[in-house]
Write a protein that binds this ligand. Structure first.
Ligand code: IVH
Length: 699
């Protein structure tokens, strides 16, 4: 009797807990949607966080009520996850692009001629990274990146932390199984915050929000993704049984199920309306809080889309009109001259702050003396600034009509602004150099920062500021001093304590096992980048062999021409450098190459070029895979090239050359299949011209 009573009590409690958990999940989902999708929160952040804490605690105490789609997954996890490559049910195509209104008008005219009066939907082109979400029975089942269009990475764990993506759908009428595609992007506010944090931590900065979004999505810890403030807009549905027969109706339905669908889509009935939309947004986008790079124009009606069909790469029923890079006009206040680690001088413009592509710009690159002279840039001029792929924007032109009499030409410096040494300019090179390598502070600090960087010795915990601090306190004069540093010396410095000092020392000790190629790269020999260092290490096998090589012998290594060979000889001719190397050797760093382990000889004798952007691997990973399977990496296409692994945006010059020479082009997943031994290069050659069948259920 007693046992029955306690059992009933226990069951009642359990039920209460379950009800409580389910209630919290429902309320959190509702408020999450209000905040992140509708931008109209009903409760304070504090109330939301308290509720979330309650849920997390209850779930931890009652793992029997675990649900992989609980709102608590939004905080992510510290576990490292690998990305499994999966095939898209419907291929993820790209769009044909144009910068010209004339081409756009041709696109519209052609469709109207073939199909009669047509409805077009104009949308903003979000500048991030594409994602495909699969929902089964109203629950998020999978999130996959575009990859090469056929195969992508399963990034579900990361995507679950993006709060504007519904984990479970609300409303009704959604198909049992469907895919919805969109863009994961980083709003400017998140981007700026992230770069400020990275700068403070001495980490490399993201060049633009697009790279930051793509890089974040590939993070191995979802807890990191959760903190970075990604967002997602959905713009395309795919499925066999979508509820409506037009794009706009389906997306409006998707909005009612909880998806974030852009409010700026517009139905247009004529070319004029399309052009008006573009003209409006080319200006208005400057005040949007997220990056856009164009307008996508799509046929609305699915029956018309079906008639138009696809080319091998993109639908015939849509086109992307790309905006020209945004530029801003502002005043040049002064010019600073920066000294890099190689002694190269870079003139940097100080500008009147101006808003450009969502961020405030105060500095811009002026490249070199020649460019300043060519543009006839004067202090006080109104200049145009543009953002390219780099972090620092550049000055592209001068607005001569705004030049006043007090705008004065300025003379290029003749002496180093840091150490006063007379600058030199090497024949045929645009840049000036400070020759005082061993006495000029930014060069010394720059070399140390390069040495400890991730791709070289990967010494954590030391950023530019700490290196400067150690240098200014006489604790670091060159890279060899790193190996005599003591935790006690570091711990007393401002902003550093015992814990960070210990971390730095253990990271320095770990660097002793970094492979020779990276040590060689870390030395900072002029023009010896990461790839050249790898070739040198593979070719010569030890530092002694590199040091002992003649100019001609050096040039026998791949990638080494006369310029690089001369730089290597110069480096080893300097007794200061020889001393440093002796000391590093004695400290236990790796100065001999390990024998590289081969996975297979599948690529034996093949010369391969890797070009473009990839999703399943980084470019370096692909290059390593080539070497591990017996192949050779080439940097440029030539008659000896056997094939090219091409990613997104492969260099047009390479593509043209490859076409001219009839060189086989493979996708990343083709390549993976080859090294797995599932197909052969020859088989690919045979299927080269067979067009893939594109499923017509892709809208
Ligand atoms: S539609 C089959 N709509 O631009 C066409 N794409 O090259 C599916 N993008 O990969 C894409 N905003 O990552 C579409 N409103 C929008 C878009 C958009 C951005 C991206 C997307 C796609 C690329 C086109």
């Amino acid at each position: 009797m007693y046992f029955r009573a306690t059992r009933i009590l226990y069951m009642v409690q359990r039920e209460q807990i379950e009800v409580e958990i389910l209630g919290l999940r429902e309320r959190l989902s509702y408020h999450n949607h209000k905040y992140y999708v509708e931008n109209s929160p009903e409760i304070s952040d504090f109330e939301f966080d308290t509720m979330m804490r309650q849920l997390i605690d209850l779930e931890a105490a009652h793992p029997e009520f675990y649900d992989p789609l609980s709102p608590s997954v939004r905080v992510g996890s510290d576990r490292t996850s690998e990305f499994v490559s999966v095939e898209h049910r419907y291929p993820m195509l790209s769009l044909s692009n144009t910068y010209s209104t004339e081409e756009l008008l041709n696109f519209i005219e052609r469709i109207e001629r073939e199909q009669g009066q047509t409805e077009f939907v104009c949308e903003l082109k979000f500048d991030g990274t594409a994602i495909s979400l699969t929902y089964e029975q109203g629950r998020l089942a999978r999130a996959v990146t575009r990859g090469d269009g056929t195969m992508g990475d399963d990034v579900t764990a990361n995507v679950k932390t993006i709060r504007s993506i519904p984990l479970t759908l609300s409303g009704s009428g959604y198909p049992e199984l469907f895919e919805i595609r969109g863009e994961i992007f980083m709003p400017y506010s998140s981007f700026e915050r992230l770069n400020i944090e990275r700068e403070a931590a001495g980490e490399s900065l993201f060049a633009n929000p697009r790279n930051a979004a793509a890089g974040t999505l590939k993070q191995q810890q979802s807890a990191v993704v959760a903190k970075r403030g990604l967002d997602c807009t959905l713009y395309q549905m795919a499925g066999d049984n979508l509820p409506f027969k037009s794009h706009l109706e389906n997306l409006n339905a998707a909005r009612s199920w909880g998806f974030k669908v852009s409010e700026h889509m517009q139905l247009c009935h004529s070319a004029k309306e399309v052009i008006d939309y573009i003209t409006y947004w080319d200006e208005a986008r400057k005040s949007l809080p997220y990056p856009t790079d164009g307008v996508v124009i799509k046929v609305n009606d699915f029956a018309v889309r079906r008639q138009l069909g696809f080319t091998a790469k993109s639908p015939r029923w849509a086109v992307a009109y790309k905006f020209k890079a945004e530029s801003a006009l502002t005043r040049l206040i002064s010019v600073d001259f920066q000294v890099g680690r190689t002694g190269a001088i870079t003139p940097v413009a100080n500008l009147e702050p101006v808003l450009l592509a969502g961020t405030t710009v105060k500095r811009a690159s002026l490249h070199n003396a020649e460019q300043i002279a060519a543009l006839d840039i004067r202090i006080g001029d109104k200049v145009y600034v543009e953002k390219g792929g780099e972090i620092i924007p550049k000055i592209t032109d001068v607005e001569l009509s705004e030049r006043t009499a007090d705008c004065l030409p300025f003379t290029y410096i003749t002496h180093c602004p840091e150490c006063g040494a007379k600058l030199v300019r090497v024949e045929g090179e645009a840049k000036h150099y400070c020759p005082n390598q061993s006495g000029c502070r930014p060069q010394i600090v720059g070399r140390i920062v390069h040495f400890i960087s991730r791709k070289a010795m990967n010494i954590d915990g030391l950023g530019v500021e700490t290196v400067e601090l150690l240098f200014d306190n006489g604790l670091l004069r060159d890279i060899s001093d790193l190996y005599t540093l003591k935790a006690a010396d570091i711990a007393v410095l401002p902003r550093l304590g015992e814990k960070s000092a210990d971390n730095i020392i253990s990271s320095i000790n770990n660097s002793k096992s970094v492979p020779f190629a990276r040590v060689l790269f870390g030395l900072g020999i002029r023009f010896v980048g990461e790839t050249t260092a790898k070739y040198l290490a593979a070719h010569f096998k030890s530092i002694d062999a590199v040091m002992g090589a003649s100019r001609e012998e050096l040039m026998e290594s791949d990638e080494v021409g006369d310029k690089i060979a001369d730089a290597i000889i110069d480096y080893f001719a300097d007794p200061v450098n020889l001393n440093i190397i002796e000391f590093l050797k004695a400290s236990g760093l790796q100065f001999e190459a390990e024998a590289t382990r081969r996975d297979s000889n599948i690529l034996e004798g093949k010369n391969i070029v890797v070009s473009g952007k990839f999703t399943l691997h980084s470019r370096d990973e692909l290059k390593a895979l080539i070497e591990k399977n017996g192949g050779k990496n080439q940097s440029g296409v030539n008659a000896n090239t056997d094939f090219i692994i091409a990613g997104e945006n492969m260099g047009p010059a390479k593509l043209q050359k490859a076409e001219k020479l009839g060189i086989q082009i493979l996708s990343e997943s083709d390549f993976v299949e080859i090294i797995k031994g599932n197909t052969t290069i020859e088989e690919h050659q045979q299927t080269k011209n067979v067009e893939k069948v594109i499923q017509t259920t892709l809208f």
